[in-house]
Write a protein that binds this ligand. Structure first.
Ligand code: HEM
Length: 505
């Protein structure tokens, strides 16, 4: 479509190409008389403007993105047979969108929140999406909790305000969330920019090689810019002064040719090793030990091109963990399995039935699927006269059999009755890694244990005393010192009268 933008002096036209010499004119009766319905330009302009907004993402609504490339630096064909990794030095075009999670499209980039780190690779075998976060774990392992959890992070249905009671009520009822809440309330919960943070698959995925062997893997993208975080107070200040600071930082860095990059690694585990873990390999609230499962480097992701049009290329991009390529598969992690459904479902609502035909979502790889036809906004030619079923009469297509994919012949074997299942674990296992984060990691970083207690306290101080007490109890299961520090600061910030300590929700 010609947009007239290439001309030195573009002519303004209606949407139908009618030239409008004076764009601010309206057709009316006499100088100050009523307007005319025949003024297509006015109606065209107002009607289009009235429809400019589409639903924002239900989560991760605020974000920024850029194009770039993924380069293979090390051979991993012993683990993964995907074409994107088949040759050292091979480069594949990519698009990355970074985001916060809970806020609306205009909310501050500096919010305390996980950051989304979603990547689309335009590979010769179709689009591969890695829809990751900047944290190696997540808040839950039962997918049906996701809408409940997200509601507690968003606005109260009556007050339309963020609500510390809902927020901490959720955490204190769901012990598997405590590890991620600790990451969130450390200074890692307020990264200084999108460039100064890592990305993690979080989930366990399954990769296989061309010999038919398969492996559990987790992917890590480690920032080459180094980690930089804000303190709670710095984040609050910048959120007020420049709510778009990270969006601006990313755009300016790329415009100034300071291209951000990430070195890409994976951890690998066999099925036998997974059976020896003290937790399930499908439990998204746990990390894999780096000592037992060392990082193996295989690539570099570099962002070197700003979008030309934010709405077309970033707002309309549709990522999904179900957009994958041969030799990379989801694992049985139930949260991942649910995500495979949820993303294309929300995109059919957010962008429309034919969201895959939007240029930024179109694979560069050649596609052909005779039954994906019609629907609102069919703009790709709709395969012309080709048959809309697998035809042997007209234009027969030679269908490749699955054998060229050489998928694992040796998959996990599942069996058992179909039962409702709420994933609860016995004993202390949900606290072990949270405790290690506090005692072994944060203790080695200056002031980080204190910052964690402080960042939690200033938030919890706004909750009801009965909720505050539950928070003290929850963190005591991680470490008594952490709980004591939180309690001391909370009670200082929100002193209690006697009757308040027995207040019920
Ligand atoms: C049951 C669990 C989850 C559900 C149901 C869910 C659902 C969603 C939905 C509906 C969106 C909006 C997508 C769009 O409008 O295009 C979204 C965005 C996103 N989610 Fe999730 N999510 C879940 C868990 C996770 C996890 C565990 C991660 C990371 C490991 C994650 C990372 C992201 C990212 C990065 C985005 C933003 C993608 C973009 O930039 O367009 N989500 N999620």
């Amino acid at each position: 479509m010609s947009s007239n933008n290439d001309n030195e002096n573009p002519t303004v036209t209606t949407s139908q190409g009618y030239p409008i010499p004076s764009p601010f004119e309206t057709q009316r009766v006499g100088e100050h008389g009523p307007l005319l319905l025949q003024d297509f330009n006015l109606i065209d302009s107002l009607a289009h403007f009235d429809r400019e907004r589409i639903p924002e993402r239900v989560v991760h609504a605020k974000g920024a993105g850029a194009f770039g490339e993924f380069e293979v630096t090390d051979d991993i064909t012993d683990i993964c047979g995907s074409a994107i990794f088949d040759t050292i030095g091979k480069k594949t075009r990519a698009l990355v969108r970074f985001s916060t999670v809970g806020g609306e499209s205009g909310s501050p980039d500096a919010a305390r929140d996980p950051r989304g780190f979603a990547i689309k690779f335009y590979t010769e075998e179709g689009n591969l999406d890695w829809v990751y976060n900047n944290t190696p774990i997540f808040f839950l392992r039962d997918p049906i909790k996701f809408p409940h959890f997200i509601h507690t992070q968003k606005r109260n249905p009556q007050t339309h305000l963020k609500d510390p009671n809902m927020f901490w009520d959720y955490m204190t009822q769901n012990q598997e969330a405590i590890h991620q809440f600790m990451i969130l309330f450390s200074d890692r919960g307020t990264p200084a920019t999108f460039r100064h943070m890592h990305g993690f698959s979080g989930h366990t995925y399954k990769w296989s090689n061309k010999q038919g062997e398969w492996f559990y893997v987790q992917v890590h993208l480690l920032t080459d810019q180094g980690i930089k975080n804000f303190t709670n107070e710095e984040a609050g200040k910048i959120a007020g002064e420049n709510p778009d600071h990270a969006t601006e930082d990313l755009f300016n860095a790329i415009a100034n040719k300071e291209y951000p990059s990430w070195t890409v690694y994976f951890q690998v585990m066999t099925e036998a090793q997974a059976k020896e873990l003290p937790f399930s390999v499908f439990d998204l609230t746990k990390v894999w030990s780096h000592k037992d499962f060392p990082l193996r480097r295989f690539g570099k992701l570099t962002l070197n091109e700003n979008p030309q049009n934010y709405f077309a290329e970033i707002e309309q991009v549709a990522f999904s963990p179900s957009h994958t390529v041969p030799y990379q598969e989801p694992s049985a992690d139930p949260v991942l399995q649910s995500r495979l459904f949820s993303y294309p479902d929300t995109q059919r609502y957010r962008l429309g039935t034919n969201y895959a035909q939007i240029p930024v979502n179109c694979p560069y790889a050649k596609t052909f699927n005779p039954i994906l036809r019609d629907g609102a906004m069919t703009v790709n030619g709709n395969y012309g006269a080709a048959p809309n079923y697998i035809s042997t009469i007209e234009n027969p297509v030679e269908y490749k059999t699955q054998s060229n994919f050489n998928y694992q012949s040796n998959q996990e074997k599942w069996q058992g009755p179909a039962l409702p299942f709420h994933w609860k674990v016995e004993g202390d296992i949900d606290y072990v890694q949270a405790r290690a984060l506090y005692r072994d990691v944060l203790s080695k970083q200056p002031d980080q244990q204190k910052h964690l207690a402080h960042n939690i306290s200033v938030h919890v101080a706004n909750a009801l005393p009965v909720i505050q007490d539950r928070v003290f109890e929850a963190f005591a299961k991680v470490d008594q010192q952490l709980s004591d520090d939180i309690k001391a600061e909370v009670l200082q910030l929100s002193p209690r009268s006697k009757d308040q300590s027995t207040q019920k929700l």
